[in-house]
Design a protein around this ligand. Structure first.
Ligand SMILES: Cc1cc2nc3c(=O)[nH]c(=O)nc-3n(C[C@H](O)[C@H](O)[C@H](O)COP(=O)(O)OP(=O)(O)OC[C@H]3O[C@@H](n4cnc5c(N)ncnc54)[C@H](O)[C@@H]3O)c2cc1C
Length: 374
């Protein structure tokens, strides 16, 4: 088959957070884009649902993410202009824990390395600044004012809309079966047809294990609890993150004045089949959150008003993989977002678009290459 028989320049496999961003950035670059997802737009079966995601710049996971975040903030703003509605809410974030905890020490390191503004509080000062929260006497608390949260489903929807407005052909409820590269392109087989593309971008989220070895999927329950007035957005509350010896916990201000969302970042049961996940509310998960709330958020109610189950797809070093496939230059892969990828979505889309269309990118993603020994 020759290049003239191609149905599109780039085929995007999976249209969740990363795939919808890739479709948008590819279409923005003028590519003919076709993409499919097995579920509907902004669905709740993968990793990009549940109302909100934290965004921050002083990145404790690795300072090398900071330049990518600067670009992500710029692209979120571009998307907001397209969508004509706010998607990123810079309400601030505090991170609390022992001064040498990964989150507190890493945040300060990233802020120092990149000259980012961060305020520091002792525990007594933090109790006065963040009413309704309890901080142990030895805690250090750092506050990043430009951090905040993203409306996750709204972001995915806006990326899909932006891609479509630029001519991308995005199809939903279409399961993809397999792909086969050759000299002239890639053949993608869906449940109903066969599509020829010059390049393929794989954004399969929790289903990426079929292409990328070494990933682990974990079940992550998230909860909404009754909010005391101290936790309300309209009373000035921001997002929060605690790095504790028993694990890392995070949450969001109450958006409706009634309940707020909180969850445990660390841990979670291993999932062997992402299509078959226990989405029930388990008493042991609620009890774990109850212990955290009793200790650190005494003005919260302990009986959840709602819950959801989401999936983390972890690499062994918890850093993303964004690279060309090692066996095929025509295939670009984004995988293993390890429970912290959403804030990067548009810049990941941009990197994927450049890798697919130009074979390389100037974005600083070398530390996220496939063969780093992860
Ligand atoms: C509870 C929770 C909290 C999180 N909190 C944060 C946070 O605060 N900040 C942050 O930055 N990140 C956070 N993350 C991480 C972030 O949400 C994820 O890294 C990101 O959403 C991953 O996007 P993705 O595109 O890789 O996966 P997904 O959005 O799941 O997309 C993958 C898509 O591929 C499709 N697909 C797969 N296989 C096929 C197939 N064969 N045929 C058709 N379609 C297919 C799926 O249907 C799906 O739509 C959190 C994640 C969870 C679960």
């Amino acid at each position: 088959m020759t290049k003239t028989a191609l149905d599109c320049d780039v085929f995007v496999w999976g249209l969740g957070g990363m795939g919808s961003a890739a479709a948008w950035r590819l279409a923005r670059a003028g590519a003919r884009v076709l993409g499919c997802d097995q579920f509907g737009p902004a669905h709740d079966r993968g990793s990009s649902h549940g109302q909100t995601r934290i965004i921050r710049k002083a990145y404790f996971e690795h300072p090398d993410y900071v330049p990518l975040l600067q670009e992500a903030y710029r692209l979120w703003s571009e998307l907001e202009q397209f969508a004509t509605r706010p998607l990123l809410h810079p309400v601030g974030l505090f991170i609390a824990g022992a001064p040498d905890s990964v989150a507190v020490a890493g945040t300060l390191q990233a802020a120092r390395d990149h000259g980012l503004p961060i305020e520091q509080f002792t525990a007594p000062a933090a109790r006065a600044r963040f009413p309704g929260f309890h901080f142990d006497d030895h805690f250090a608390v750092v506050w990043e004012a430009q951090a905040g949260f993203l409306d996750v489903e709204e972001c995915v929807t806006a990326q899909i809309e932006a891609a479509k407005s630029l001519g991308a052909d995005l199809r939903f409820h279409v399961p993809l079966l397999d792909w086969q590269p050759d000299e002239h392109g890639v053949t993608v087989r869906t449940a109903t047809e066969t599509i020829r593309a010059a390049k393929l971008v794989l954004c399969a989220g929790p289903w990426a294990g079929q292409f990328v070895p070494g990933l682990t999927v974990r079940r992550k329950p998230v909860f909404w609890f009754p909010a005391g007035p101290e936790y309300r957005l309209d009373r000035g509350a921001g997002t929060f993150f605690f790095d504790l010896p028993v694990g890392q916990f995070y949450g969001f201000p109450s958006l409706d004045g009634v309940s707020f969302k909180a969850a445990k970042h660390t841990g979670g049961e291993v999932v062997y089949d992402p299509a078959n996940v226990d989405r029930s509310m388990r008493p042991e998960d609620v009890a774990r959150m109850g212990e955290f709330l009793r200790q650190h958020m005494p003005a919260a109610g302990l009986a959840p008003t709602a819950h959801s189950v989401c999936l983390y797809t972890l690499t062994t070093d918890h850093h993303f993989i964004i690279d060309r496939h090692p066996d095929c230059d025509r295939v670009v892969v984004a995988a293993g977002f390890s429970g912290h990828g959403f804030k990067f979505t548009p810049v990941v889309g941009q990197a994927l678009a450049e890798l697919a269309l130009n074979g390389g990118t100037d974005l600083p993603i070398r530390f996220l290459r496939w063969d780093r020994g992860n």
